[in-house]
Design a protein around this ligand. Structure first.
Ligand code: NAG
Ligand code: NAG
Ligand code: NAG
Ligand code: NAG
Ligand code: NAG
Length: 469
């Protein structure tokens, strides 16, 4: 308390001596939070509402208490599992972008067994929304993913197999708006590889298939159906009706693709929503955020926009990351370190992956500022800077900001800096890439509480702190 009062007095003095800026800096070097506040609650606190007058879906965490309508089918939060899946997603993204195109090789070798261009995919994220499928509509809980284009859901009769899900499995025979896509047709050709491989057909019905890095997969009919988002209707929405589904989906019915490619919801509903969407990921696994489609009435003046870049893998949203500050001090990292491979923003990757030299500069400064807390070795191979906070009531977390092209700086806030596995293990929630040539990934842990706006037609991405609770 005494030190807080004295720093307050110092601030007054600084302001008095017209050094208000210095005062702000001293004040803003860290966030001081209660340690108990960093531990997620086991009860759902669904307080956030999306922006008024727009089509907003509630976003929840797939391992949190807000998604437990049927506890037996839903696994509890397991950080080991989350971090392993995250590494497998990052490896898939890195190979897709890698110059020696391992990704392409992988996709071709899969093509013999799985008849779709989507081939190998990157796994899916941890955030879920509920949409309506069919007529009459049935609720389906889907993971949303800015790194995937194709939407799919498990479908009856589950001709080969379905895993257990929380919602009743979608039954196309009970819907009056369902249609199979036949083949060969231009629509079916959207799924086949650019190299002109044959359209995946069975009895003149178009097939799709996606294989995930962790051996999860889905295959079935490429179909059209009515999609309902709150009260909005998207007719003839093209999606995968999964007849053979297996993997670690934790009771979720499927995936909602928000990537940049042709079959994504963003492109299919371009007329309705003008290729515009935004989300805010909740601060903890026990609170809620939102996913909003369309622009609504006005764009908040506190949103800061940076150019959206297009990269070699065109489904991803590219950013121009140029610098990082820790504790209000800009790290000395040459911008070329970031431009070698470029940066994507991804709703599905958990931990932000930085170029090795950028990560090591961040870590050095972070460790220096955290030297009052006991460091421990990590139980996860993702992290190398972890602290035991069990002896502390509060913790002063160094502030971290990212700088983007267009003179945009984004304060990442207090929630995305430490990844708290348990009170005795709180880790710097960033990781270094293996190779300087691997792409930088702005992950979802660091996006929490930010309103992130994707203006695809305007080719810009906007950020606003404090978008949700
Ligand atoms: C968490 O996941 C890991 C890796 O899959 C597994 O080995 C471990 O048993 C799980 N822990 C719990 C408590 O379920
Ligand atoms: C990037 O990482 C992946 C695996 O994570 C690796 O296969 C690849 O060779 C790396 N390098 C480049 C330049 O992409
Ligand atoms: C779609 O194709 C499946 C498999 O052949 C068939 O059972 C189903 O009746 C078809 N549905 C419609 C609406 O044509
Ligand atoms: C996926 O399955 C293949 C073939 O069964 C196996 O060799 C591989 O180790 C599996 N990968 C994972 C991540 O389980
Ligand atoms: C629920 O969230 C609101 C908004 O962030 C907060 O004010 C309130 O204290 C929370 N309630 C509980 C029980 O955590």
């Amino acid at each position: 308390m005494a030190s807080r009062i004295s720093s307050f007095l110092r601030c007054i003095l600084y302001i008095y001596s017209f050094s208000a800026l210095l005062c702000l800096h001293a004040h803003e070097a860290t966030h001081t939070v209660q340690v108990s506040w960093l531990i997620p609650s086991t009860t759902c606190n669904a307080s956030t509402k999306g922006p008024k007058g727009e089509t907003s879906l509630t976003v929840i965490h797939k391992y949190g208490p807000c998604f437990q309508s049927n506890k037996e089918q839903v696994q509890v939060l397991n950080h080991t599992e989350i971090l392993l899946q995250d590494q497998s997603r990052v490896n898939s993204i890195h190979s897709m972008f890698s110059k020696n195109s391992d990704g392409n090789k992988l996709r071709e070798s899969q093509a013999t067994t799985i008849p779709a261009k989507s081939g190998v995919s990157i796994g899916f994220g941890n955030y879920i929304v509920t949409v309506g499928l069919g007529t009459p509509k049935t609720d389906q809980t889907l993971a949303f993913d800015t790194g995937s284009d194709l939407t799919w859901a498990q479908c009856k009769p589950c001709a080969v197999q379905c895993y257990k899900q929380v919602d009743p499995i979608f039954d196309p025979s009970k819907s009056t708006s369902y249609t199979n896509i036949s083949c060969p047709t231009p629509l079916c050709a959207q799924l086949t590889s650019a190299r002109g491989s044959q359209q995946p057909c069975s009895n003149s019905k178009c097939l799709y298939g996606v294989h995930y890095g962790d051996n999860s997969s889905t295959k079935g009919y490429f179909s059209k159906e009515r999609l309902t988002i709150t009260s909005d209707v998207v007719d003839n929405f093209v999606f995968g009706c999964g007849q053979d589904n297996k993997g670690l989906f934790n009771g979720i019915a499927g995936l909602l693709g928000l990537g940049r490619g042709q079959v994504s919801l963003v492109q299919q509903a371009a007329q309705k929503y003008s290729q515009f969407f935004s989300y805010c990921l909740p601060s903890t696994t026990s609170s809620t955020g939102y996913l909003t489609l369309g622009q609504g009435n006005e764009i908040s003046s506190s949103l800061k926009f940076t150019p959206m870049l297009t990269l070699s893998q065109r489904s991803f949203y590219g950013l121009n990351l140029i610098g990082i500050s820790v504790g209000g001090q800009k790290l000395s990292i040459p911008t070329s370190v970031f431009s070698i491979a470029g940066t994507i923003i991804d709703s599905g990757t958990v931990i932000t992956r930085l170029p090795p030299t950028a990560y090591s500069a961040l870590r050095t400064k972070f460790r220096e500022m955290m030297r009052n807390y006991p460091m421990i070795s990590s139980s996860s191979s993702t992290f190398d800077t972890c602290y035991d906070l069990s002896k502390s009531r509060s913790v002063s977390i160094p502030r971290i900001s990212f700088f983007f092209g267009g003179d945009v700086s984004v304060d990442l806030g207090e929630v995305g800096i430490l990844y708290v596995l348990r009170q005795t293990e709180a880790c710097l929630a960033f990781a270094g890439n293996r190779d300087p040539g691997n792409i930088t990934i702005f992950g979802n842990e660091q996006q929490k509480r930010l309103e992130v706006v994707y203006d695809v037609a305007g080719e810009r991405i906007g950020f606003r702190p404090g978008g949700c609770s």
